[in-house]
Ligand binder design. Structure first.
Ligand SMILES: Nc1nc(=O)c2c([nH]1)NC[C@@H]1CN(c3ccc(C(=O)N[C@@H](CCC(=O)O)C(=O)O)cc3)C=[N+]21
Length: 283
């Protein structure tokens, strides 16, 4: 029997809790607000941002979109970010990635006030994640941890493999699993015998960005399979990294795409905006 991890449903119930919390905060004169920077017109980025706005509206978080043409200079972008660092009405700042080639992503992230870094991408927050005392945690891995918690999936002593080593998903995911006492393998494009390695794992998290990459050869009977992929097939349909139809019968738990990890990413962003607001307004 395979359990489908319903990210959409978990996201909805968490967002309803957050709505109540935001209502209470309002009575204390604290109104969570998030600014989202979008540079250029990448259609995928626009979809994500639209979904963030829908969630924020449901919860009662104020959002503002700062949309710039793709040729904005790095200097100008940094000036715009600084304005929000200094604006006490905004508690969270998110700069949608990826940025155009001519802008140094690391420099931009370094210029967000770490207190307002609701993505957890600032080097200070990434460093704190390593020491186990992070305030902001990258939203996708954080949302996956909430899925494990909600479905009571045991991590301690389990063999987990994270496929993909990006700063925003793979690396923080591995740290969070490690903190819950999993034995973590990090795999990437240079890893040898990947399918055989993955087949030893109790938990597989795939964040490679290649459709149908994880086939049944990767999955041991009863493994937990988490699909972070957001890929398009030849017809433009959204698909994950996992070849769902053949992996689903083997897995004990599996996330779908869409309505799996994606909605949880957005939910955790909202949660961290609320936390940032509380820290900035109530202390
Ligand atoms: N600074 C920054 N922070 C991010 O958190 C960030 C980012 N940059 N850049 C891009 C990635 C990707 N990401 C997603 C958000 C929502 C869905 C989402 O809503 N997915 C829906 C469907 C979306 C669709 O239909 O295309 C689902 O899976 O059900 C997916 C992916 C956030 N990211």
């Amino acid at each position: 029997m395979t359990t489908l991890i319903n990210g959409r449903q978990l996201a909805d119930s968490m967002q309803e809790q957050m709505r109540l919390e935001v209502e209470k905060l309002g009575k204390q004169n604290a109104f969570p607000a998030l600014v989202v920077f979008l540079v250029g017109d990448d259609p995928a980025s626009k979809t994500y941002i639209k979904n963030k706005e829908i969630a924020a509206q449901k919860i009662g978080i104020h959002t503002k979109l700062e949309h710039y043409p793709s040729d904005i200079s790095e200097e100008k972008l940094l000036i715009e970010i600084k304005k929000y660092n200094d604006d006490p009405h905004y508690h969270g700042i998110l700069v949608q990635l990826p940025l155009p080639e001519h802008i140094d992503e690391e420099k931009v992230l370094l210029n967000i006030d770490p207190k307002k870094d609701v993505d957890g991408f600032h080097p200070i927050n990434m460093g704190k994640l390593l020491s186990g005392k992070a305030e902001a945690i990258p939203c996708t891995p954080y949302g996956i941890m909430k899925m494990f918690e909600s479905y009571e999936i045991e991590l301690s002593g389990k063999n987990a493999i994270v496929i993909g080593r990006s700063n925003i998903v793979g690396k923080p995911m591995a740290q969070l699993l490690l903190a819950k006492n999993a034995t973590v393998t990090m795999a990437h494009s240079y890893t040898k015998n990947l399918a055989a390695l993955a087949k030893q794992a109790d938990i597989i998290v795939s964040a490679v960005g290649i459709g149908n990459f994880v086939t049944k050869e990767f999955v041991r009977k009863g493994a937990v399979v988490i699909d972070v992929g957001m890929n398009r097939d030849e017809n433009g349909k959204l698909i994950g990294d996992v070849k769902f139809d053949e992996v689903e019968p083997i897995a004990s738990y599996i996330t779908p795409v869409p309505k799996g990890v994606g909605p949880m990413t957005i939910t955790m962003l909202m949660q961290q905006t609320i936390q940032a607001c509380k820290r900035q307004e109530l202390s």
